[in-house]
Design a binder for this molecule. Sequence first.
Ligand SMILES: [Zn+2]
Ligand SMILES: [Zn+2]
Length: 396
Amino acid sequence: MTSPSDRVRVLWSPVMLGYEFGHGHPMASDRLDLTIRLARSLGLLDAEGVRVAGAEPASDALIETVHEPAYVAAVRDAAERGTSYPERGLGTRDDPVFPHMHEAAARIVQGSVDSALAVARGEVEHAVNVTGGLHHAMPGAASGFCIYNDAAVAIRAALDAGVERVAYVDVDAHHGDGVQAVFWDEPRVLTVSLHESGHSLFPGSGYAHETGGPAAPGSAVNVALPSRTADAGWLRAFDAVVPAVVRAFEPQLLVTQHGCDSHVLDPLTHLRVSVDGQRVVAERLHELAHATTEGRWLALGGGGYAVIEVVPRAWAHLIGIAGHHPVDPGSSVPRDWLDHVEAVYGRAAPARMTDGTSASFKPWSTGYDPADDLDRTIRATRAAAFPLLGLDVELD
Ligand SMILES: [Zn+2]
Ligand SMILES: [Zn+2]
């Protein structure tokens, strides 16, 4: 049971490891196992005010608030009979069919919905579901390792529970296309995505000119970063766009997606962010929740394919920040966790919770260079989205 005094609800149970595409697939469930092991080793799950809770699989009715019934039926059938539905993205290279695929994906959905409602109802201040953030799933198809879009179903559930405006901020290296598509014409939801440009990375969308449908102008904000953007540029872009648009939208709930595949060691993307940059953005989003939604914040996982080097540290920091027990970046990674990694994977893992970078950047307010690729990208986003949100392109 959660009580109102709980600071943070962490969604976890070992059964969540059932979302597993199989050997050799980048989305290895080991990344979740290693994250929770590290968080536990650091004492983050036993800290005061932290509640750990699992989830049952979501009902079809709940999933179908976002997904087409025929797609849900296809997911069930594919899982039960091993059949492929390539027209629905199932049985493809990115989304191979696996046993109990429906239940495993439905459980993640319920985990994010439970988390969102616990926050919306004030049962808990913040919630974290590192198993969620499956932002590419579309209403009628699987995409990019995502079967059901837990983020979209959770946002829909919050709206249905009476939340008037939800801001969704996605800092995964890939564009949050599924969430954007679901709420494209929904004025009660702002979707903001900071990602590597679609010119060089899946799914190929997420440009500045994508600003929402006719009934919801300004409800989508996209920053398409040049490939190889590192901490200084990534943080500068975040600072120049995200706080202003979220504040202008005046949300009652903040949902964030913390895919950590922006890291320089990630095998699937070309950004060059550090764990320190990712930690700073998590801190900034936490502060933004306290400044805009009275702290109502749901943080989700997402991509991240450097399973040993990056994901566990990035998301342990996230859990620590949400629990108001932030991990000192200079601290050592616990010995027992390092020993576990060595024993199971035969590899040495990073020994410290930092990458040793300063994660500093030049704020937009100090001026910009019209000839610089990154600054041109930021300018394009501000020019497209800011006026629609009542913001001044030059000043805010
Ligand atoms: Zn807080
Ligand atoms: Zn990603």
